[in-house]
Design a protein around this ligand. Structure first.
Ligand SMILES: [Zn+2]
Length: 145
């Protein structure tokens, strides 16, 4: 999967408001985000799709993975507007977290800040796009399809 990794790979420090992990086998995820692509992984053996991306398939117990782009639309299954946030995320408030069902996989993330709350409906079609936060950190958000 991708280019050879340095021993200490800190690319994930560019993801999200607060870095939650420094070393991971799926750091190419962040490189893709910088190019505007939100990517998951797919097991080449059984076709199972993973988002967030995983380097190993729990069904096959292999690491025979390929990247795929999270594209098309997903159905909004659930969302919650946050008035309080975990430590480190306070400056981003208010924001809504949500779960999209893309049939083969589910995507957990934030609804884009410019989607009016009154427009949000369970079951509505949304798409996932890469996003740059104030300060240059990267994440992805959901917007109306
Ligand atoms: Zn598999």
């Amino acid at each position: 999967m991708g280019k050879p990794k340095k021993e200490v790979d800190t690319r994930f420090s560019k993801f999200g408001t607060v870095s939650f992990t420094a070393i991971t086998k799926v750091n190419d995820f962040v490189d893709f985000l910088e190019k505007g692509k939100v990517m998951g992984t797919e097991c080449k053996d059984c076709g199972l799709k993973f988002f967030p991306p995983r380097a190993d398939c729990h069904r096959c117990l292999t690491s025979n993975m390929a990247w795929f782009e999270v594209s098309g639309t997903g159905k909004l299954m659930s969302y919650s507007k946050l008035g309080f946030a975990p430590i480190g995320f306070g400056d981003d408030l208010p924001y809504a977290i949500a779960l999209l069902d893309s049939e083969d996989y589910k995507v957990f993330g934030r609804i884009a800040g410019d989607v009016p709350e009154e427009d949000i409906r369970i079951g509505m079609a949304m798409k996932t796009r890469a996003n740059t936060l104030p300060g240059g950190q990267l994440n992805y958000v959901f917007e109306k399809a």
